[in-house]
Design a protein around this ligand. Structure first.
Ligand code: HEC
Ligand code: HEC
Ligand code: HEC
Length: 490
């Protein structure tokens, strides 16, 4: 009898605990969802609210606040990993600060936000499970897309004006809708007298300590603006730690060098001449003195610079002006982007779709398809595997952006290289370790995407697409032979 009573008691009350739990969950969800009304009246303000309401900063900032369940054993490692990865992909605290200050957000960050919203992939599932309601609803998605369009419109319009492109109508719409855009023609706003002086100085071996090397020795204009070598060879024959990037389209880089240590082309040109393992001149005064011995040079500098005499300042300015002419438009892909469907093969067109689908076009963005940001090598696979596979240890050139900024999270971040003329700029990566485009593309899939084992067909289609990026420039047939012929294969 007593037993029976007990059973009925338990039977009657079995639902209490789940009911209380259920009620709590419902209250929690309602609290989460109703807390996210969009109240701002500007598009920028609404966009920031979307990020804040969905707790994006729980992971995407340098030192995110802790959450209560972080104390639990398994959660702890998972959350730490998520936070470290999230910050590697995008710093949303910086994005919010830029938006609040009315500053433009970088093209890669805009492209990344567009992709994560389109695929509805953020926040990561493990987080939404614990924080119901933190996943963009359709109103919030619409706000992000509208914001992406506004950002791109501003960027594309400014770019089009800066380079005299006068994009309008369908061409402008396309440039805003796509993460990449056509290259402008060279020459707009360039001082041609200064540029022609720069062309000659660029090929002048008197910039080097022993009169053997010019800029063109390592950035041969008829060799896609670089030297097809894994490591550049300086005057003493010593090798630098990194591969020489191309000078073609370098004018579009946010900063110069793999680590961004030069702000622009003029600042960049000041480096190599007095670098002991590159051109090895003692001082810029020595270089200026050598050029001043040449009456023709003195006259030409005077014609261009007036009272400003031959010096580091005028030499580097002339070189930088010349480099503005090194834009390579009219590639088959540009023609395709302008509406000529037959300009590239069906495989190449599929390759471009894959290039967007697999997030390649979140880092390789804009007209140069690169040069707009510094990104971690190894966002999805540990970079240490990359060095292990390469097999010769981590060298001087491998540190990446930390060498310039001193910020530890910048270690192994490199400037995203341009993909223009990529078929000709082998070997690939900062260390010149990959000879073929196939290898380079496979490496990117493995280290930078979630799709780590692409099929041969996917790789080949992307390679076909990359081969459509060869553009035109009158200097591509401009041969130059260093006097000591360091590179006999030329
Ligand atoms: C719990 C941590 C966490 C939260 C919260 C979170 N993310 Fe992420 N996010 C990640 C991780 C981890 C990655 C790395 C890529 C991956 O794992 O898919 C990432 C990658 C990204 C990327 C890079 C592009 C991509 O999809 O790979 C963007 C953009 C992004 N997040 C935006 C957001 C936005 C917007 C929010 C808020 C709505 C958000 N994230 C909330 C962890 C988080
Ligand atoms: C000995 C070979 C060598 C010589 C000579 C040389 N460079 Fe370079 N150049 C390199 C290497 C290597 C790098 C990459 C270095 C780095 O990022 O740390 C580079 C980088 C650059 C970049 C940056 C491109 C980018 O995408 O970041 C430009 C522009 C450039 N050089 C122009 C010049 C000019 C102009 C001169 C002559 C004043 C010159 N170089 C002389 C080897 C050379
Ligand atoms: C997260 C940003 C990011 C993504 C996504 C990305 N890349 Fe890259 N890509 C880079 C960086 C950074 C480098 C330079 C790495 C180095 O030199 O160590 C690079 C280098 C390359 C190179 C070699 C360029 C050269 O001149 O050396 C190719 C080719 C390339 N990427 C293609 C792709 C393709 C194809 C995809 C998509 C499957 C892709 N990338 C996805 C950032 C990215």
């Amino acid at each position: 009898m007593a037993d029976e009573q007990n059973t009925t008691k338990t039977k009657k009350k079995w639902w209490i605990i789940p009911a209380v739990l259920g009620a709590l969950i419902v209250i929690y969800i309602i609290a989460q969802v109703t807390g996210r009304g969009i109240t701002a009246d500007t598009l920028d303000g609404k966009f920031v609210q979307v990020l804040e309401n969905n707790n994006c900063l729980a992971c995407h900032m340098e030192n995110p606040a802790s959450v209560w369940y972080e104390g639990l054993p398994i959660a702890k490692t998972m959350i730490a990993e998520d936070k470290a990865n999230a910050y590697k992909f995008i710093d949303l605290e910086k994005v919010i600060a830029q938006v609040n200050a009315g500053e433009p957000v970088s093209a890669p960050d805009v492209a990344k936000l567009e992709m994560s919203t389109r695929n509805n992939s953020m926040p990561v599932v493990s987080y939404t499970l614990v924080h119901p309601g933190t996943s963009l609803n359709s109103e919030e998605q619409a706000i992000v897309f509208e914001w992406v369009t506004a950002q791109r419109t501003a960027q594309v319009t400014a770019f089009s004006e800066q380079y005299g492109m006068n994009l309008s109508g369908e061409a402008l719409e396309k440039a805003i809708a796509e993460p990449v855009m056509v290259l402008p023609e060279p020459g707009y706003g360039v001082d041609m007298d200064m540029a022609m002086l720069g062309l000659d100085v660029y090929h002048d071996t008197r910039l080097s300590g022993d009169n053997t090397l010019a800029c063109a020795s390592c950035h041969q204009l008829s060799h896609a603006g670089q030297d097809n070598s894994p490591h550049a060879r300086g005057i003493t024959g010593s090798l630098g730690g990194v591969s020489a990037p191309t000078v073609y389209n370098a004018v579009f880089n946010v900063e110069q060098f793999w680590d961004g240590r030069a702000a622009d082309l003029k600042a960049q040109a000041a480096g190599p001449p007095t670098n002991p393992i590159e051109m090895g001149s003692e001082t810029w005064e020595d270089i200026a003195d050598r050029l001043k011995e040449d009456p023709d040079m003195v006259k030409r500098f005077k014609d261009v610079f007036g009272d400003r005499e031959i010096s580091e300042d005028t030499i580097t300015e002339a070189i930088a002006e010349f480099e503005k002419l090194l834009i390579t438009p009219n590639s088959p892909f540009d023609k395709y982007l302008m509406g000529d469907e037959s300009a590239i093969s069906a495989d190449a067109a599929k390759g471009y779709e894959l290039f967007k689908k697999y997030y390649c076009a979140t880092c390789h963005v804009g007209a140069a398809m690169g040069g707009q940001s510094f990104e971690s090598l190894g966002t999805t696979t540990d970079v240490m595997q990359y060095f292990e596979e390469r097999g010769d240890g981590i060298g001087d050139g491998d540190a990446g952006r930390v060498a310039h900024t001193g910020v530890e999270t910048d270690r192994y971040k490199f400037k995203v290289p341009t993909l223009r003329n990529i078929e000709q700029t082998w070997p690939y990566f900062h260390d010149g370790s990959k000879l073929s485009l196939q290898e380079a593309v496979r490496t990117m899939f493995k280290y930078q995407t979630d799709h780590q084992n692409p099929t041969d067909a996917e790789v080949n289609q992307i390679v076909e697409f990359l081969k459509t990026l060869n553009g035109e420039n009158e200097y591509m047939s401009y041969d130059f032979y260093p006097s000591n012929n360091i590179y006999p294969e030329y």
